[in-house]
Structures are given as structure tokens and as C-alpha cells.
Design a protein around this ligand. Structure first.
Ligand SMILES: [Zn+2]
Length: 281
């Protein structure tokens, strides 16, 4: 059984994240366009070189706007998972709007792949108290939006009661498998320079410094666990630039040299479920 698994995951936002924030000028749009146009083909070529299967959380908006680019990712053998239809954070939506996003996103995925998504990742990683119930209702197997662990998948809870003046009361675990993520292993905060009227996010980190952290996160998993999954999150329009592509290849090589098995997230979920049955992890 594979013991240390790496999931490379891509949030294929393209232009949808900018649109959701009202950034619709030609320059913002071109920034997102770089993803399907240049980033995605570079990434699929890299994974072909190493025989790696990855997961692409793809908004319905990207599927409907860039169908050929999405088709190529699918043809290259990668998993297509759910990332909303628009890229609006669920916490900005009503329960009904959140459900509409799930349904409409699944319609786009069904049209592209022939089946509904098994996995979901929330735009901006912010679930609502309704989310897990909606995942169960709409047949999802896993979610990848929470940070309650780093190397071990777990079962997402439903019905937490969180109030300011009271101790938290946690709800029951559900069948939804949570594949935890973290901002420290996401390319966006490290690299994406964002300037708006009110904020500046510097980003633009030295990729060699970032990859040193990312490799150490993998090596620590080997040191600290008998079995685990580490998930890295990237965006084709961010990671697809030259020095960052070189960083990603460096990460792949370092993990491979140290015994990593690369899997699409749905495969890592199946591995976790198999181990749960045998009581192994
Ligand atoms: Zn996204």
C-alpha cells in the first residue's frame, strides 16, 4: 500500500475569480486568461513527463468559457472536480444560491466529463454551515476546503454550534471525506501580486524559498507519519510562469526521490476509505 501520497491540485479559476470580485477590465481578464492559454498546457506536459495524475477544481464558468482547454486537461487523464459555477465564496451566498452553484457547476462538469463531480473545493476555502449537508444531498464523496489536519484525511462534521459566549459544541461526523488544505501550501498568497484601491498583497516570493518550505512539508510527513497525504494547491495562471514551473518540477523530483506516490485526489480518498475499513491509519 502506498504510504506517503502527494496530491497536486489545481484551482482552474481562469477569469472566474476576477469576475466574482468585479475585476472585469481587459487587463484583469488577461491575467486569468493566461491559465487556460499557457499555464494549463505547460502543466499537463509536465505531468505527462512524470506520469502523474492530478486534480483540477474547475468552476463551471471556466468549463463554459474555455471548453477546449478543459477538454485537453480531461484528455490528459486528470480528475475534474467542482469549484462552484461562478467563483463566489459560499459565505457570500444564501443556502439556495449555494445549492444552485452546486447544481449548475455539476451540469457543466457532467457535460464535459459524462459524470458528476466526486469532489468539491470551495472558492476561497470558506464553507457555510449548510455546505456539508448540501454535499451529502448532491452525492459528493469528498471536500477539500478545511484545515483541521495537515497529513491525515478525516470526516467532515455537520451541525457544529459555534456561538461567541458559549463553548463550541461540535456536530456529528458525516460520510464526506475531508482532504485538508492550507494557505502555506497554496501558490496564491506566496506569488500573486494584487493591488486594489484599498489593499496591496505583495506576493512575488522567490520560488526557491517557497519550494524549500513545500519540500520540507513533504519530508516532515515522512518523518511524522506512517501514512499520509499532502495536498499542494496551485492555479494555472499563477504557477504557469517560468520560474514557478521550474519550482514545481523541483518539488516533484524531490518528493519522488523520497518515496512519494502521486495521486489524483479521488484516488487518495479511496485509499483513505480502504484504510478506514481495515482500521489502518
Ligand atoms: Zn479558486
Amino acid at each position: 500500500m502506498p504510504s506517503h501520497i502527494v496530491c497536486l491540485t489545481f484551482d482552474f479559476d481562469a477569469i472566474s475569480g476576477f469576475i466574482a470580485r468585479g475585476q472585469t477590465s481587459p487587463s484583469w481578464i488577461s491575467r486569468g486568461e493566461f491559465g487556460p492559454k499557457s499555464g494549463a498546457p505547460r502543466l499537463t506536459a509536465l505531468f505527462k513527463k512524470y506520469g502523474i495524475r492530478t486534480t483540477w477544481f474547475t468552476p463551471g464558468h471556466t468549463i463554459e468559457t474555455f471548453p477546449a482547454a478543459c477538454e485537453k486537461v480531461l484528455e490528459a487523464g486528470h480528475e475534474i472536480a467542482h469549484h462552484g459555477w461562478t467563483h463566489r465564496p459560499p459565505t457570500s451566498l444564501t443556502r439556495d444560491e449555494e445549492e444552485e452553484e452546486l447544481v449548475r457547476g455539476n451540469e457543466s462538469i457532467l457535460k464535459l466529463t459524462g459524470c458528476k463531480a466526486r469532489g468539491y473545493r470551495s472558492p476561497t476555502w470558506d464553507l457555510t454551515p449548510h455546505s456539508v449537508g448540501l454535499f451529502l444531498k448532491h452525492g459528493f464523496v469528498y471536500d477539500s476546503s478545511l484545515m483541521g489536519d495537515d497529513y491525515l484525511p478525516y470526516h467532515a462534521r455537520q451541525g457544529d454550534a459555534i456561538e461567541l459566549m458559549k463553548p463550541a459544541v461540535f456536530g456529528k461526523e458525516t460520510a464526506i471525506v475531508e482532504m485538508p488544505i492550507h494557505w502555506s501550501t497554496d501558490d496564491s498568497p506566496h506569488f500573486e501580486f494584487v493591488r486594489t484601491e484599498t489593499t496591496v498583497r505583495q506576493g512575488l516570493m522567490n520560488a526557491n524559498a517557497v519550494v524549500e518550505n513545500w519540500i520540507n512539508d513533504y519530508l516532515y510527513m515522512r518523518q511524522a507519519t506512517d501514512w499520509g497525504v499532502i495536498t499542494y494547491t496551485c492555479h494555472p495562471f499563477i504557477i504557469g510562469r517560468g520560474h514557478r514551473m521550474m519550482m514545481l518540477e523541483k518539488l516533484i523530483r524531490a518528493c519522488m526521490d523520497n518515496g512519494a506516490v502521486f495521486m489524483a485526489m479521488e484516488e487518495a480518498v479511496a485509499e483513505f476509505q480502504a484504510r478506514s475499513v481495515t482500521g489502518d491509519p
